[in-house]
Write a protein that binds this ligand. Structure first.
Ligand SMILES: Nc1nc2c(ncn2[C@@H]2O[C@H](COP(=O)(O)OP(=O)(O)OP(=O)(O)O)[C@@H](O)[C@H]2O)c(=O)[nH]1
Ligand SMILES: [Zn+2]
Length: 311
């Protein structure tokens, strides 16, 4: 379906407001507030993404202002908009394979910088080595974000995550390869194939379309965006001020504790974070991880400044 020469939709698109629930490259599916769906043709680089709130008038799509934007960085450093109007981002990890050091922290910072509330999913809790891993992650993050230990394979722990989404959240998952994101999506929405089937029934065309991105409604409530290839995305680079502002654990330190408002919590005089870490009131290992990420972020910032000067 959706060859460039095909009609924008197989029926007259109804007029009204709704949300883009799937993106097929040359057409988007709009889900109207009353539940009806239609396909509307768009230009290849129209800038529309799943999650966009739109008004449809005839074949014209008017995009309404976005509350949030989720971006990713590709292998060449290009930045792409992935989805709009999400409110939560699930960071998926597993005891095997484990994500690289600092991954969870950077994902939390990137989510918060994009105004998304991060939560942590620890998959594969059926594995024997899961318990100490879950305990370590809880100790580091439970004070900062919701933590969901579960097993996509056995289904244990899925109910708590379903209940979280059922509060009305719209989110996506990120995580490194092999942690079980696809398994988790399938466990949460077994009807994924069914939705694809419904859409194609509507369009009356075959199943051989590349769907770039889909918004799935979960059975108990809430929505999940599935964007092939996105889940392993390179997080958009975080800046040093974003890191200092959003690093998990720092939210427990009252704002204004450091002498300088833009304190990077490294060597500034009157830095409350460094003082708390040195006296054990802030976990020393968490502070050490922060400094390692800050080092890496500052190297990238220096490289970008150098490139900017050269350019
Ligand atoms: N033991 C166990 N294995 C799981 C679980 N969930 C997924 N796996 C296995 O982990 C492997 C990776 O699962 P995927 O769902 O493909 O992981 P992914 O994160 O989508 O991987 P990519 O597509 O590479 O990004 C597969 O062999 C799954 O069978 C789980 O809850 N427990
Ligand atoms: Zn400080």
């Amino acid at each position: 379906m959706n060859q460039p020469s095909s009609p924008a939709s197989s029926a007259d698109p109804p007029a009204g407001s709704g949300i883009i629930s799937a993106h097929h490259g040359v057409a988007v599916e709009v889900r109207f507030d009353n539940g009806a769906r239609c396909l509307v043709r768009v230009k290849r680089r129209s800038g529309h993404v799943v999650g966009d709130a739109v008004r449809v008038v005839g074949e014209v799509l008017e995009r309404l202002p976005r509350r949030t934007e989720l971006r990713r960085r590709d292998a060449l450093g290009g930045i792409h908009l992935v989805a709009a109007n999400l409110d939560v981002l699930g960071i998926v990890v597993s005891p095997a394979p484990q994500p690289p050091a600092g991954f969870v922290d950077q994902a939390i910072v990137a989510a918060r910088a994009a105004d998304l509330a991060p939560f942590l999913v620890i998959n594969k809790c059926d594995l024997a080595l899961a318990d100490p891993y879950v305990a370590a992650l809880r100790a580091a993050y439970a004070g900062s974000v919701p933590v969901f230990p579960l097993s996509a394979a056995s289904g244990a722990g899925l109910e708590a995550l379903r209940a979280f989404f059922a509060c009305g959240h719209r989110g996506a998952f990120v995580g490194t390869t092999g942690v079980g994101k696809s398994s988790l999506l399938n466990a949460l929405c077994p009807e994924i194939d069914l939705q694809v089937g419904e859409l194609n029934e509507y369009s009356g065309k075959g199943r051989n379309t590349t769907t770039l991105s889909t918004l799935h409604t979960l059975h108990d409530g809430g929505e999940l965006i599935d964007t092939p290839g996105f889940q392993d995305f390179g997080l958009v680079e975080i800046s040093a001020p974003e890191l200092a502002l959003h690093y998990p654990g720092f939210e427990q330190i009252p704002p204004g504790s450091c002498r300088f408002r833009n304190c990077r919590h490294r060597s500034e005089p009157g830095c409350a974070v460094r003082d708390l870490a040195s006296t054990g009131q802030f976990p020393a290992d968490r502070y050490a991880t922060y400094l390692e990420i800050l080092d890496a972020v500052e190297v990238v910032e220096a490289q970008n400044r150098y490139r900017g000067k050269k350019g």
